[in-house]
Design a protein around this ligand. Structure first.
Ligand SMILES: *Cc1c(COP(=O)(O)O)cnc(C)c1O
Length: 401
């Protein structure tokens, strides 16, 4: 999105504000489906946890996607936004049997990721088809916070436990209709992904009643200028070929599922914030914003490096800044960042602010969570109001002690 549009949006809705370019979401969706156009039964299930604003969900549903959810609340948001139950998959981790049973009542496909839960569920509900989440123990990417396929990960059923898994399925007579993996958030090396897929195929061939194989996500998007991203086209080429061969061997045309979060929404998002003050110290120049890690925690939590542009002075001379928030503890967005000269009152735009940004916002320091705005075909609309004081006290009771 261009700077004038973003500035106009800030003028109307004030900062801090999240802005989503729906055309970009559409473009990413089309790019992914094109890369896999040779697959007859392809399903893109958007990973809701990246960004669950109900207008975004509704838009993504309209594009033709299904939904990947990790909690019953996400399932309910999806249904509320118009997704059909049959197009939702529920992939929880460490939840109670009660919650899984409630989701089953909503007629949503469940994906189970522990043998303990599989045995309990299968004993009680042998006729409900279940997908199983396999952990192929492949490291996709180096950051252990976001790699969920490795040996120490809490996610999935280990490939080393397949014999026990098969015994549980036999004993309970339950139906396994899908095989799933999700190796984490950093697939760069297509060959590593293909290796994990081979492991999945080896497991899949052992189950006769499959309807789908779900390859999860972990597509990397570029954060820096000329940063590295997953080569979706290459993956499409290689995996489609291999998948078709598997189906032929299996004797049935299965559905190929992906569940991208970041890939669909990350680049669509911009986070706009105003510069409260410039503070020069002996060691650096701080740009202090009207926001903090209460609104955008990824730099502090994951060391993620978001591009930051001064949209109020895009032609200004570049200088080095430490960009920080207004929270009363260290909340650094970036150190030593080259940004066009910043003055008080300027608006800075954080890029890649679509995925896992607003979703992790909190009321820490008793600040309001930001507004959210969507743009589609040049039209801008508010999809979430900024919070107000009433929201801070909404669920509280003021009592006399
Ligand atoms: C978070 C998650 C995703 C989405 O991951 P991205 O890196 O955002 O694409 C997909 N599947 C499952 C099970 C997840 O938990």
């Amino acid at each position: 999105m261009n700077q004038e549009t973003l500035l106009q949006i800030e003028k109307e809705y004030k900062s801090p504000v999240y802005v989503y370019n729906a055309n970009k979401i559409e473009e990413q969706y089309n790019r992914l489906t094109s890369a896999f156009s040779k697959i007859k039964k392809l399903k893109i299930n958007y990973a809701a946890k990246a960004l669950t604003n109900i207008s975004i969900l509704k838009f993504i549903n309209k594009l033709g996607a299904g939904l990947d959810t990790v909690s019953i609340q996400e399932v309910k948001l999806g249904l509320h936004a118009g997704f059909k139950a049959e197009n939702i998959i529920y992939t929880p981790n460490g939840v109670s049997l009660d919650e899984i049973e409630e989701v089953v009542k909503l007629k949503v496909q469940i994906n189970i990721d522990s043998l303990y839960m599989l045995e309990q569920f299968g004993s009680k509900h042998p006729t409900t088809p279940v997908c199983i989440r396999i952990n192929p123990h492949i490291m996709a990417g180096g950051n252990t916070n976001i790699s969920v396929g490795h040996i120490d990960s809490k996610f999935g059923i280990s490939i080393h436990q397949i014999p026990l898994l098969i015994r549980i399925v036999k004993n309970t007579k339950m139906i396994i209709n899908g095989i799933h993996m999700h190796t984490g958030s950093d697939i760069l090396d297509i060959d590593v992904f293909m290796r994990a897929s081979e492991i999945l195929f080896d497991v899949a061939i052992q189950f006769k009643g499959l309807e789908f194989i779900d390859f999860g996500s972990g597509f990397k998007v570029a954060y820096k200028e000329k940063g590295l991203e997953t080569n979706i086209e290459e993956l499409g080429e290689k995996l489609s070929k291999r998948f078709k061969k598997f189906c032929k061997n299996y004797g049935k045309e299965l559905t190929l599922i992906f569940e991208p979060g970041k890939f669909l929404v990350s680049e669509s998002g911009y986070f706009l914030s105003r510069v409260n003050a410039i503070k020069q110290t002996t060691s650096t120049v701080f740009a202090q914003l009207d926001t903090g890690f209460n609104h955008l925690i990824r730099p502090m939590l994951y060391n993620s490096d978001h591009r930051i542009e001064n949209i109020s002075n895009p032609k200004g001379k570049k200088r080095f800044y430490s960009v920080v928030g207004y929270i009363c503890e260290t909340d650094t967005f970036a150190n030593n960042k080259q940004i066009c000269e910043i003055n008080e009152g300027d608006i800075l735009a954080f890029k890649n602010a679509g995925a896992y940004c607003f979703m992790m916002a909190s009321n820490y320091n008793s600040r309001f969570r930001p507004a959210e705005v969507i743009c589609y075909n040049g039209r801008t609309q508010l999809i979430r109001k900024r919070e107000a004081f009433e929201d801070l006290i909404y669920n509280q009771t003021l009592i006399n002690l």
